[in-house]
Ligand binder design. Sequence first.
Ligand SMILES: [Zn+2]
Ligand SMILES: [Zn+2]
Length: 127
Amino acid sequence: MTAPRREVLELLAQQGQPVKAYELLELLRRRRASAAPPTVYRALDFLLRHGFIHRLDSINAFVACHHPQRAHQVPFLICERCQQAEEVCDDGRVARLIEAEAQRRGFAPRAQTLEVHGLCARCRNAA
Ligand SMILES: [Zn+2]
Ligand SMILES: [Zn+2]
């Protein structure tokens, strides 16, 4: 893995919550002033393809994956107050259910996104 890719992954893991591409660029520039948008986009692309991170389409942000050793599609629970995004590690149960339903209808899935918005337990208790 090249240095910028590793650094982008480190930054994402440190944030511990979803980060947008331009925020990553700002963080990366504190380490390497020369970092340009293509550096970040290429790094994100690589990390996505290799399963190190997830892209959350509904909020246009990225999170580090907690178990990148296995390829997986997981539902995410996204808190609208504290912005935490929790991976629902379900051993692919939901993904398989959707695939089976798609197959039954003769539909060829290309991508699957499951993002549930709401309030996390901590924010609910604080309210
Ligand atoms: Zn993951
Ligand atoms: Zn919350």
